[in-house]
Design a protein around this ligand. Structure first.
Ligand code: DCC
Length: 141
């Protein structure tokens, strides 16, 4: 996805519903749409200048989205309390046979500000399994 920061704490991202994203016949998979919302709302949080992780994400799938559609996501920060960042986002089909101003899905997400050391315990797992350790299912364990 490509993102653009707009006025205020808002970002816009575009995604093409490619064939490999198919869920039901001819339509985008809900998990792909969910991932795109997660990324878009996470990017809005990045404008705050602190790292976050997703704590809670809820999606309303309002309309089926045909493959080949170009989707435009808009996400913003709705509020912050302590480490909690409340976000929302919606998506429209902006190019393709089903293009219109109608909102086809919406999302609300809670992100938690984290310190850099949040990921320290996972460093060995970056880009795959840790080296030098037995793998899961190893009979010599
Ligand atoms: C580098 C470039 C990248 C650039 C990339 C940018 C885009 C990234 C987008 C992708 C982001 C991801 O997918 S991240 C991957 C998916 N997410 C994760 O892996 C997160 C896994 N979960 C965790 O690590 C943890 O549960 C945390 C960090 C979310 C929260 O644990 P914690 O830090 O101990 O916080 P904790 O004290 O429990 O809670 C703090 C406050 O948040 C509330 N809270 C916590 N979790 C929840 C929840 N699920 N629902 C409601 N509320 C919650 C608590 O009630 C509390 O409220 P109060 O008492 O203050 O009122």
């Amino acid at each position: 996805m490509h993102f653009t920061a707009t006025e205020g704490i808002e970002v816009v991202g575009r995604l093409t519903a490619e064939s490999r994203y198919q869920g039901g016949p001819g339509v985008i998979h809900g998990g792909i749409l969910t991932t795109a919302f997660d990324e878009t709302q996470g990017m809005a949080c990045m404008l705050l200048g602190t790292a976050v992780v997703t704590g809670h994400l809820q999606i309303d799938f309002a309309r089926p989205i045909p493959l080949g559609s170009v989707l435009e996501f808009r996400a913003r920060i709705d509020g912050m309390i302590r480490r909690k960042v409340y976000t929302s986002s919606e998506v429209r089909i902006v190019e393709g046979a089903a293009a219109s101003d109608e909102i086809v899905a919406t999302s609300r997400g809670l992100f938690l500000k984290i310190k850099p050391e949040h990921f320290t315990p996972m460093q060995e797992f970056v880009d795959g399994q840790p080296t030098g350790l037995p793998t899961f299912g190893d009979s010599t364990l």
